[in-house]
Design a protein around this ligand. Structure first.
Ligand SMILES: C[S@@+](CC[C@H](N)C(=O)[O-])C[C@H]1O[C@@H](n2cnc3c(N)ncnc32)[C@H](O)[C@@H]1O
Length: 313
């Protein structure tokens, strides 16, 4: 299947990066290479782009898409949480900009065999990195009812999380759930018919929750942002596009903490904790897509861009 994905907040994020033609940039969520392509068009022959993705299909698609930029581009299959190590392997210790465009690509969603979609019947999978062992099948069949409830409630913001978790456990006690179709059937039965009749697909929120759990999306983000900010040169910027309120909160809080890490009580006249600011938040409020983008690309809905600039004191 062709790799189709329309980049979100493309112009806004590329502008925010303030690309230096000779700089080194990292795209930690390469996907189809949409953002990376734009970065490369701003680079001179001395500039470099390192593109990271954990998904083999994304690596293949982006390799083709970025071919014309040749030596300017290095593509690495890895999790962006390994960015510092992967750059170290390439002899790079600092960079001028980092971009993350989180979540899954339209390709991953549309390719039924990956098990992300609630629109077709496929094996329960949802792994972005198919080398990892944990898949949706284990989450659905092996997690306790309480764990499922918390995941579906918190990551899916699903009102009927408790009932869905209960129905999953009672269904799997009869027979393990193997496919997205079987899971959808169970979810539908757990949501009142009146509610099902309005709003989007009844399985949407539960699928999102399981996907976030399978790929440890929030932990990875939380544990990587600090390292990425540390990698930036003076004046370098990190741009993060999120699609979920919990992701956005992690980015907002981490950026704030890096701007003002001081833990001294407010009444202290001078700082004694010694924690120094790493830079400044550029976006007090997140940048959101224009009306035009929202009309053109439904995936842009709920996207938010936050930007932080490194200042080395
Ligand atoms: C929304 S898409 C990126 C699309 C890309 N910006 C473009 O314009 O074509 C997100 C991509 O990030 C990858 N991804 C998500 N989390 C990742 C992580 N922790 N490490 C590496 N890749 C990740 C996914 O596999 C997917 O290909």
């Amino acid at each position: 299947m062709e790799f189709r994905h329309k980049s979100v907040l493309l112009e806004e994020s590329i502008d925010a990066l303030q690309i230096k033609p000779d700089g080194i940039y990292v795209d930690g969520t390469l996907g189809g290479g949409g953002h990376s392509y734009e970065i490369c068009t701003h680079l001179s022959d001395k500039g470099r782009l390192i593109g990271i993705d954990q998904d083999e299909a994304a690596i293949e698609a982006a390799t083709g898409r970025l071919e014309r930029f040749k030596d300017r581009v290095t593509i690495v299959r890895s999790n962006y949480c390994n960015m510092k190590r992967e750059l170290g392997r390439l002899g790079i210790t600092s960079v001028d900009g980092v971009i993350l465009d989180l979540g899954v690509s339209s390709y991953q969603l549309d390719e039924a065999s990956r098990g992300f979609t609630y629109r077709e019947d496929a094996p329960l999978d949802m792994r972005m990195d198919q080398r990892q062992t944990l898949s949706a099948k284990e989450v659905v069949n092996e997690y306790s009812e309480m764990e499922l409830y918390h995941i579906i409630r918190d990551y899916g913001e699903e009102k009927f999380a408790k009932n869905i978790a209960k129905h999953i456990v009672s269904a799997r006690n009869q027979k393990a759930l193997e496919t997205t179709g079987e899971l959808i059937h169970v979810i539908k039965a757990a949501i009142p018919a009146k509610v099902r009749a309005v709003g989007g697909h009844p399985a949407k929120r539960t699928f999102q929750a399981i996907r976030i759990e399978v790929n440890r999306e929030l932990d990875v983000l939380e544990n990587s942002l600090g390292d990425m900010i540390d990698l930036l040169n003076d004046g370098g910027r990190i741009c993060v596009i999120t699609f979920h309120s919990l992701e956005d909160r992690i980015v907002k809080n981490k950026f704030r903490e890096c701007e003002n890490p001081c833990t001294c009580p407010k009444e202290f006249p001078v700082c004694v904790c010694g924690k120094k600011s790493k830079g400044k938040v550029i976006t007090r409020k997140p940048v959101i897509p224009s009306q035009e983008e929202l009309e053109e690309n439904s995936r842009a809905k709920s996207s938010k861009l936050r930007v932080f600039e490194r200042e080395i004191q």
